[in-house]
Ligand binder design. Sequence first.
Ligand code: NAP
Length: 309
Amino acid sequence: MRVFITGASGWIGSAVVPELKTAGHEVVGIARSDSSAAALVGAGVHVHRGTLDDLDLLHRLASDSDGVIHLAFKHDLAFSGNFQGAADADRRAVEVFGDALANTNRPFVLASGTLGLALGQVATERDGHDAFADAASNAGPETRRATAELVLSFASRGIRSSIIRLAPTNHGNGDNGFMAALVDIARQKGVAGYVGDGTNRWPAVHRLDSAVLFRLALENAPAGATLHSVAEEGIALRDIAEMIGRHLNVAATPIDSEDANEHFSWLARWVGVDSPCSSLVTQELMAWKPEQVGLLEDLDQGHYFNEVK
Ligand SMILES: NC(=O)c1ccc[n+]([C@@H]2O[C@H](COP(=O)([O-])OP(=O)(O)OC[C@H]3O[C@@H](n4cnc5c(N)ncnc54)[C@H](OP(=O)(O)O)[C@@H]3O)[C@@H](O)[C@H]2O)c1
C-alpha cells in the first residue's frame, strides 16, 4: 500500500515507518522542519514539506494514498497550555481525512490514549472514549474525545476507520514521554515520587509492539474498531518509582496529593490516576502479541538514566 502517515518523525511514527517499510509498504509523510524532513528521507519516506494546518496538502496526500495513519499532534502547543488549540487543529485535520477517504473503503487509523478510561477498573476496548471526570474544566480533552468518536463514525461513510488507544507509556530507548519525564522529575527533586500509597496503576507497552499494531490495523482492522496498544495491564506507580529510585540512588517517596502539582508539574494530573487497561480483545481480533520487554525490565536496562539522551 501507499501509506500517508502524519507524525512520521515522532516517537511512535519513527517506529511505525520501518515496520511499514519492512512489510513492503510505500510511506509518504509531511515534515515541518529541515531536521524532520532529513530524518524522514533517511528512513525512506517520500517527504512533503507542510504542517497539520495545510489542509489542502493533507487532502491531496490522503486522496493519493491507499490508507492514512494519523499520529501527528501539536504536543508543543498542548503542553504549553493550549491543549484546546492542539485538539482543534487535530479535529480539522481529521475532518479533511474523512472527506478525502469517504466511499473508498480505505483504512484510516487514528492514535489515541487509554489514560483516564474507566478509572479504577480495567478498561476494555468496549469502553467509550471517555476521559477524566474533570475534563469539562479543560475543553481540549473533550474535543479530542469527540474527534475519536468522529473517526469511528467514518465507518458509516465508507472508510475502514479504526482507533488505537495507546498506553500512557510507550517505552523504549530514546523515550521522551511520560516515563522520561518521571525520571527527570526524580533527578531534579532528589526523590522518586508517587502519589498516596502508589498502588494506582498505569498500563504500558513497548513502542515497537505499538508499531506492529499500527501496521496490522492499517492492513486488517475492521471498520469502526477500537484497539488497545497495551502489553501490561497495570503497573503500580510505586513499583515504577522504586525502580527509578534504585537507578538514580534516590528514595522512592510518597507525595501528598496537595503537593503533587508543585512536585510533578504538568504530570501531576496523571501520576495519581488508577487507569489499568486490557488488550485481550485487540490481541484476539488482530492476532497481535506483544513481544518486547516489559516496562520495569526496560527501566532496569538503564538507558532511561543516561544524563544526555
Ligand atoms: N507516546 C506515547 O506514549 C503516547 C501515548 C498515548 C497517546 N499518544 C498519541 O500518539 C500520537 C503520536 O505520539 P508520539 O509520542 O509519537 O508524539 P511525538 O513524539 O510528540 O511526535 C509528534 C509528531 O507530530 C508532528 N507534529 C507536531 N506538530 C505538528 C504540526 N503542526 N504539523 C505537522 N506535524 C506536526 C511532529 O513533527 P516534528 O518532527 O516536526 O516535531 C512529530 O512527528 C499522538 O497523537 C499522541 O498524543 C502517544
